[in-house]
Design a protein around this ligand. Structure first.
Ligand code: NAD
Length: 419
């Protein structure tokens, strides 16, 4: 597969190849698992609300479905590539396996900039994607969810588009997760990824004898994941001292007021201009003097260029593939604990799984039930990974990948050969 330096795909392949080596997988099994099962690139030219016809590139990758139908979000950014989506779909294969939900890995991408278009234009694009991708989406094929640049309203439009084309009010089973609660979504899904990130930090702090309420935290990204992480970790008494997003960076060593910052972001569209903080360059977030660093934005952000600047003792990967393999090696040498993405941000896909089962049973779960199951699953999987890493003296990323890849191998062997 063709890859660019430090790409998400390159990171995903590197992590898989290392795991395959440690597990002694033969070449045939490696190739079978690597796939991807299906990779679709297409263009659609919807008529936008202003009458202009735009031609947009879109991708769907179903990476591996040994454990079940492909699950993974829709990324909408102007620079997303099919290689990125392939790498992210692979990440989802390991994540769903590790968190033990009956799904395989998938992902999709739409090349558009949600910050530059109106809500109406976004709806047109989402509906164009759904019409073109309809036959690749379904409860037994691929079930999308929100990712960077998409949200629950977009998921509502996907569901509506599918039920409309089928001539029904509801879809036959769960076609998409992360929907509004009024349309069969689950309470707590929007917060699930961020809450899961904070659970893993809490359990790690307990293990290594740190007090989470004394942690100073820096976060890259203040979207769905980053804003919830900031709110939840501040609720536990930690001080969120720095946040960066695409608009810029802000720092306040006494702790940022997350509620006020959220209100500012709602109005201004980004953290830039928040007047109760000092200004930093957005890329300086990695060098902030803090205890916990949380990348919760794009991939390939912690690189050979900035890894030596990092002062945190703990890195919690809220984003997918935020650390390049070379940087990861340096973090290991510097003894910085990394909670790997496939564990750290798996809360979202776990609660998506609850939404999937809820839709089949047509009975709404309560927030208490959802949060209890999320906390329980995250801490059990964290302990499994941490204990393996401790026993074998490997990193948490290596332990997580060993467990995840092993389950996919087991399922592949149990399925046997086609036909
Ligand atoms: P989002 O679109 O809601 O927010 C992204 C945030 O990152 C924004 O604040 C944006 O300004 C910022 N950002 C983007 N590029 C940046 C850069 N180069 N420098 C600084 N800030 C930058 O996206 P999200 O849903 O919060 O997802 C964030 C990450 O978490 C992604 O890697 C995504 O794949 C991963 N993730 C999301 C979920 C989920 O449930 N949404 C689940 C698992 C993993």
């Amino acid at each position: 597969m063709k890859q660019s330096t430090d790409s998400i795909l390159q990171t995903s392949l590197h992590n898989f190849n290392q795991a395959a080596e440690r597990l002694g997988l033969d070449e045939a099994m490696r190739q079978k698992i690597l796939g991807p099962n299906e990779k679709i690139e297409f263009k659609t030219g919807p008529v936008m609300p202003d009458g202009e016809v735009v031609n947009l590139s879109m991708f769907i990758v179903r990476h591996n479905d040994a454990l079940g139908p492909s699950k993974g979000g829709i990324r909408m950014t102007p620079e997303v590539t099919c290689d990125d989506i392939t790498g992210l779909a692979m990440e989802m294969t390991w994540k769903t396996s590790l968190i033990s939900v009956p799904f395989g890995g998938g992902k999709s991408g739409i090349c558009a900039d949600p910050a530059e278009i109106s809500a109406d234009a976004k709806e047109v694009i989402i509906r164009a994607f759904t019409r073109a991708a309809h036959r690749h989406i379904g409860p037994e094929i691929y079930i999308p969810a929100p990712d960077m640049g998409t949200n629950e309203l977009d998921m509502a439009h996907i569901r509506d588009c599918i039920s409309y084309s089928e001539g029904t009010s509801i879809t036959k089973g769960c076609f998409v997760t992360g929907k509004p609660v009024i349309l069969g979504g689950i309470v707590g899904r929007r917060q699930a990824t961020g809450k899961g990130v904070v659970y893993t930090i809490g359990v790690l702090c307990e293990k290594v004898g740190l007090d989470i309420s004394k942690m100073r935290v820096a976060i890259q990204g203040f979207g769905n994941v980053g804003s919830v992480v900031a709110y939840e970790i501040a609720k536990q008494g930690a001080k969120v001292i720095a946040i960066a997003d695409l608009s810029g960076g802000v720092v306040n060593t006494n702790g940022l007021d997350i509620k006020e910052l959220s209100e500012h972001v709602l109005e201004a569209g980004g953290v830039k201009g928040f007047n109760k903080a000092e200004v930093i360059d957005k890329d300086d977030i990695f060098g902030i003097d803090c205890d916990v660093l949380i990348p919760a934005a794009a991939g390939s952000q912690i690189t050979i260029e900035n890894v030596e600047d990092i002062k945190a003792k703990i890195i919690a990967e809220g984003a997918n593939a935020p650390t390049t393999p070379q940087a990861d090696e340096i973090l290991r040498r510097r003894d910085i604990a990394v909670i790997p993405d496939i564990l750290c941000n798996a809360g979202g896909v776990f609660v998506s799984y609850l939404e999937y089962t809820q839709e089949t049973q047509r009975e709404q779960m309560t927030l208490e039930q959802v949060e209890q199951r999320l906390a329980d699953r995250m801490s059990r999987r964290f302990n499994e990974v941490y204990d393996l890493a401790d026993r074998e003296q490997i990193t948490m990323r290596e332990a997580a990948m060993n467990i995840a890849v092993n389950r996919v191998v087991e399922a592949t062997i149990a399925r046997g050969l086609l036909p």
